[in-house]
Structure formats: structure tokens, C-alpha cells
Design a protein around this ligand. Structure first.
Ligand code: KG4
Ligand code: ZN
Length: 336
């Protein structure tokens, strides 16, 4: 019991809670998605997200405890309670942080604040503890696109990142432009299956320019090309855009591995659920003699198990955080 950490994740539009044992074994992981609530607005509406978190957070915590074979009465025997403190939507973060602090206070156990981006790094360590180090993590989500050198739990540094839009944001914006609905990434991937990736000639931004990335120009290029070739079928546009993003991500991940002497590459973040990205990254890493790790799609997208794993490691390395800790919506990558 002393090895169990409960964590909450409410940074965006998933209300999640999980119990992890020894920082490595997932005892339960519950994710309540709000996709249905935001779909008709074409994107996440912060006020709706905050309210939905408030309604769902306690049932989700109760379910996570129950699935781990625990009850509320077992709380005092937990090692700690963690929550994502940032980055994210302030009204959403506050729900998880406040609930976690209240539970920690009531149970008399430590509270640990977790950086959401650090959490995504722990997703790969949870599923593949044998991952050879050093590794490069390609963290591609709706809010972030980062290349991180990972030496081991708690030991990592930033190699590069997007200078403007995140990869997932570009997927979402192009999907919206093409009228494919929300959430954009999976909808665009589905549309692209019937398309020709060579139909539109699109740029590969910053391909040979170091380890930083840029996606806003690519999005603009899609709009410009579609205006010039309005007859181009939507699946062809989607496939051409997806191919350009995947080309850039795979190229940069391999360049980051070469620059940092990595032995493995792993994916993290919601865009890591993208089929063509997974296939192309696995093939390219294999050809370069690198191990590759592709987390399950559920571990790519937001969940609380990765937050609990990060919380357990933080607790061991830095001890608990004070109950005066608040939400930090603009938090950057740790150490930068
Ligand atoms: O990591 P995540 O669940 O939340 C953030 O921390 O942002 O990532 C969500 C992002 C969204 O932009 C979504 O469109 C994208 O991941 N995504 C995908 C796919 N599934 C989710 N993008 C491309 N292909 C997918 N299959
Ligand atoms: Zn995320």
C-alpha cells in the first residue's frame, strides 16, 4: 500500500485518475473523455471543460480506487496523491489540483504537483521499462511538439521543439478547414486512408535546419494549395498534409537520435496514435539500427497513469509539494 500513488489529470478535456504501484505498475487507469461535449463547437471550450471536470472528478477518482481494489477509507495508506499542475487550461487544472490537495489533506498523505509534459515522458517508461537508454522521445500532442533526450527516470533534456504550432494543433486546424470534424487528428487520419499522399506538393518546413520544427506555414500552404486546386479531393489533401507532417517528424526524430547518441526512439503524446507516423517511425528507426518504442494509443493520449508514475518519481527525488501549490497554466518543459 505504501507503494501506491493516486494521480489526477485534468489539464485539458479528459478527466482522468489512476493508481500506480511502485511507480511502474498500473493498478487502474480511468479516463472520462469530454469529446462529445466539445464536438459541436469544433474545439475545446474552456468553460465547458472546467465544469465537466468538476462534475466528473470525484466519480472518476472513486472508480480508479475501486478498480485498484481500494476504497476511500484506504486513502491514508497511499504513498501520495499527484495532480497535473500545468501546462493546460487554468479552469481545468484547478479542478484536479484542488481535488488532489483536498484528498491529500484529508488522508494526511503527501501532495505532488506534476508537469504534464514530464508525465508524457513517463508513459513510455511505464509500458517499456526495458527501453535502452539514452533514448529520444518524440512528444507530439495538441499543445506541444518536443524532442527530448531521455537518460532515465527524471533525467532528460530538451533537444528541440516547435517554433509555432504543435503537430496536433496543425492536424486539428487542417481537419477543421477541411470540414472533417473534431477531434481533428483521428478524423484527418481516417480521411487520408482513401487519399493519395502525392496529390498536393506541400513543403517540409525546416527539414534540414537543426532540431526545431515549424507547422504553421504548412497549414497555410494547405489553404493556399486548396484555393488554387479546389477540385482536389479532400482525402488527397488530408493524405498529402499527413505525409508532410510525418516526413518532418520522422526525419527530425532520427536527426535528434544521431545528434544525442541515442539507442532508442519512442513516441509520446496524442499524435503518437497516428498510424502512418507509427509505421514510418518504426521502419526508419529499424533501418538506422535503433530500438523503437510505440506506446499503446491509450498511453499516447492524456491519461493519469503517466501522471502517477511521474508523481512517484518526483516524490522519491524531491519530496512532496506544499498545499499552497497552485495551477500553472503556462508551465514549460521542466528545466527550460
Ligand atoms: O496528448 P493529447 O491527448 O493531449 C494534449 O496534451 O494535447 O493530444 C491530443 C492531440 C490532438 O491534437 C489530436 O488531434 C491529436 O493529438 N491526435 C492525433 C491522432 N489522435 C489524436 N493526431 C493525428 N492522428 C491521430 N490518430
Ligand atoms: Zn497531453
Amino acid at each position: 500500500m505504501a507503494e501506491l500513488v493516486l494521480a489526477l489529470e485534468t489539464s485539458c478535456d479528459e478527466t482522468a485518475a489512476a493508481v500506480v504501484e511502485g511507480g511502474r505498475v498500473v493498478r487502474s487507469s480511468v479516463v472520462a473523455s469530454q469529446v462529445d461535449l466539445h464536438a459541436r463547437y469544433g474545439g475545446v471550450v474552456p468553460e465547458i471543460a472546467g465544469r465537466a471536470h468538476l462534475e466528473r472528478v470525484l466519480p472518476v477518482v472513486a472508480e480508479a480506487l475501486g478498480r485498484a481494489g481500494l476504497g476511500v477509507g484506504d486513502g491514508p495508506r497511499l504513498q501520495g496523491v499527484g495532480a497535473t499542475v500545468g501546462p493546460g487550461l487554468v479552469g481545468s487544472l484547478l479542478v484536479g489540483v484542488s481535488a488532489a490537495k483536498a484528498l491529500a489533506l484529508a488522508w494526511g498523505v503527501p501532495f505532488v504537483g506534476v508537469n504534464h509534459l514530464e508525465g508524457h515522458l513517463y508513459a513510455s517508461l511505464l509500458e517499456a521499462p526495458e527501453l535502452p537508454a539514452p533514448a529520444v522521445v518524440l512528444l507530439v500532442s495538441g499543445g506541444h511538439t518536443l524532442l527530448v533526450a531521455l537518460e532515465g527516470p527524471g533525467r532528460y533534456h530538451l533537444l528541440g521543439g516547435t517554433l509555432d504550432d504543435a503537430a496536433g494543433e496543425a492536424f486539428d486546424k487542417v481537419a477543421r478547414y477541411l470540414g472533417l470534424g473534431y477531434p481533428g487528428g483521428p478524423a484527418l487520419e481516417a480521411a487520408a486512408r482513401a487519399g493519395d499522399p502525392r496529390a498536393l506538393r506541400l513543403p517540409r518546413p525546416m527539414l534540414e535546419e537543426g532540431l526545431d520544427l515549424s507547422f504553421s506555414g504548412l497549414k497555410t500552404a494547405v489553404v493556399t494549395k486548396v484555393r488554387a486546386q479546389p477540385q482536389c479531393p479532400t482525402p488527397d489533401v488530408a493524405a498529402s498534409f499527413q505525409e508532410a507532417v510525418v516526413d518532418v517528424l520522422v526525419h527530425k526524430a532520427l536527426a535528434a537520435a544521431a545528434a544525442s547518441g541515442a539507442r532508442a526512439i519512442c513516441l509520446a503524446g496524442g499524435v503518437g496514435a497516428n498510424g502512418p507516423l507509427r509505421e514510418r517511425l518504426a521502419a526508419a528507426a529499424g533501418a538506422a539500427g535503433l530500438a523503437v518504442y510505440l506506446p499503446s494509443p491509450a498511453m499516447c493520449t492524456d491519461n493519469a497513469a503517466m501522471i502517477a508514475a511521474a508523481a512517484a518519481a518526483r516524490l522519491a527525488a524531491h519530496g512532496p509539494d506544499g498545499l499552497d501549490a497552485g495551477a500553472e497554466p503556462g508551465l514549460g518543459f521542466p528545466g527550460t
